[in-house]
Design a protein around this ligand. Structure first.
Ligand code: GLN
Length: 507
């Protein structure tokens, strides 16, 4: 089998090729490395490569599989991780100059789980500095381009991971989602991307941006691969006190996300996966502020859901109009506290010329952080300052509770809600980079799920006038990750995404 034939395959396909001895983990790894060497110069998906480690791990897995060991979930599957997750023996920069030389002494939990599951990590991917941004134009190192058309941004902040999966550099990748940074780039690059229920995946080893909102999740080219990758990284970890306990998962995660459940919904027809589901379509997110060429494919997909037996009705999220303001207070407040540790002493770049301690802190942080990060630290510090705390931070938390209550009210009658993932399809470089507010608007549809801790998934559902993909977002009840994936699988099959993929390719 030629190397290029191994690119663009699903996990199931790769596994059957390995089982039939038509290929090996090492060959798959080498094929993907070749793909990266051909294309990453132009796209800029990666900040660092870990090819040698991946090849060594692949050879070890080949040996274990030859000895007859059972095949773990992601055996021989090339993956990439966003460069805000710690991995040993390589740098973790967060896309920032302040962490240019930081090598973590430990691994993030999700990264440990990838290794255990047999995944082969090819490198760390580019991101907006400290995951603050929506276009991957704000990395201190370089921009990442959209693999469908390099004139367009890949979305952000996990744009590197999205571009890597879209370009066939790896099969799945991890991103982090604080306000939409997995779902929005997935929608811009025509991929599936999921933010799990808050606490489903441990945040241990994920460099914190806004701790009450951050969650790690997968990018994939199809729903099944997304489900398998999430299954591999989910689980209780006592090193993250907000990570859900096993007993809580057993009690509330119904149906549980298991390999058998994934097999079952993969085998089911769209009707079997969608019949009888009650789905709300959020009226505030299909009205003003959403591009017409985004609304069109979303409404078509909603009609398709109905055709397959789901019940789709309009629902209201009355406080959604405040979500962006609430987010930019809560997220910046938490960021200002989390980023205090990068001071040249505990972590990060240190200015060596300063005459005294405060001047050293000031110069180190001033040299190390980019403009967007500084803007957020200032905003967050202001919102938390004694005279303004009640008016800004506390008020934002109160309104956050109202947004969460809006969702729970809907969930009394509906299992999930749908909306566009983002108000527009991918935009061109520079289109929004001079106007932070315009950039912030890219997340109006994805932020509410973070504020309420709910699981959300984006999958491609059609094309905008620019021929760039449009993503539809499903948001479910807390702990409903498995049924969200099942519904997404039904919709994916009904939409016949191969057609969308081919149209994108012929762009
Ligand atoms: N774009 C949003 C922000 O800039 C969300 C980022 C994220 O989810 N990490 O904060």
């Amino acid at each position: 089998m030629s190397k290029s034939q191994l690119i663009g395959r699903s996990i199931a396909e790769l596994h059957s090729l390995i089982k039939a001895k038509e290929t090996s983990c090492l060959e798959i790894t080498e094929a993907h490395i070749e793909q990266i060497e051909k294309g990453d110069q132009e796209l800029g998906a990666f900040l660092s490569y870990t090819f040698d480690q991946a090849k060594a791990a692949a050879a070890r897995w080949d040996e274990r599989l030859t000895k007859g060991e059972a095949m773990p979930l992601l055996a021989g599957v090339p993956v990439a991780i966003k460069d805000n997750m710690c991995e040993v023996d390589t740098r973790t920069t967060c896309g920032s100059k302040i962490l240019e030389n930081f090598v973590s002494p430990y691994r993030a939990y999700a990264v440990e789980k990838l290794h255990e599951a047999g995944a082969l990590i090819l490198g760390k991917t580019n991101l907006d500095e400290f995951a603050m941004g929506s276009s991957t134009e704000h990395s201190a190192y370089k921009v990442t381009r959209n693999p469908i058309d390099p004139d367009y941004v890949p979305g952000g902040s996990s744009g590197g991971s999205a571009a890597a999966v879209g370009a066939g550099f790896c099969v799945t990748a991890l991103g982090s989602d604080t306000g939409g940074s997995i779902r929005q780039p997935a929608s811009y690059c025509g991929l599936v991307g999921m933010k799990p229920t808050y606490g489903m995946v441990s945040r241990f080893g994920l460099v914190a941006f806004a701790s009450s909102l951050d969650q790690i999740g997968p990018f994939a080219r199809n729903v099944e691969d997304c489900a398998l990758t999430l299954l591999a990284i989910a689980g209780h970890d006592k090193r993250d006190s907000t990570c859900l306990s096993e007993s809580y998962r057993e009690q509330y995660a119904k149906p549980a996300l298991t390999r058998d459940f994934i097999k079952e919904f993969k085998a089911g027809s769209p009707e079997e996966n969608l019949k009888g589901k009650r789905i709300g379509i959020i009226k505030e997110l299909i009205g003003d502020g959403i591009d017409e060429d985004v609304k069109r494919p979303i409404l078509k997909a909603a009609a398709l859901l109905e055709k397959c037996g789901a019940r789709v009705e309009e629902v209201s999220l009355p406080h959604a109009k405040y979500a962006l303001s609430v987010y930019y207070l809560v997220a910046t407040a938490e960021a200002s506290a989390n980023l205090a540790r990068f001071d040249g002493v505990r972590y990060g770049h240190r200015n060596m010329d300063a005459a005294e301690l405060h001047a050293m802190y000031y110069a180190s942080r001033n040299e190390g952080f980019g403009a967007e990060v500084k803007r957020r630290i200032m905003l967050g510090t202001y919102a938390l300052s004694s005279g303004y705390y009640d008016a800004y931070y506390k008020k934002a938390q109160q309104v956050r509770a109202l947004i969460t209550a809006d969702f729970h009210k809907i969930f009394e009658n509906f299992e999930m809600v749908v909306s566009p993932t983002a108000p527009s399809a991918a935009f061109k470089f520079g289109a929004k980079s001079d106007d932070p507010i315009q950039m912030y608007m890219s997340d109006i549809a994805s932020i509410p799920a973070n504020l309420a801790g709910l699981p959300g998934i984006s999958l491609p559902c059609g094309l905008a006038d620019s021929n760039m993909p449009v993503g539809i977002q499903l948001v479910g009840r807390p702990m409903s990750d498995a049924s969200l994936l099942q519904t997404a699988q039904g919709l994916e099959t009904a939409l016949d995404l191969k057609l969308v993929a081919e149209k994108i390719k012929s762009n």
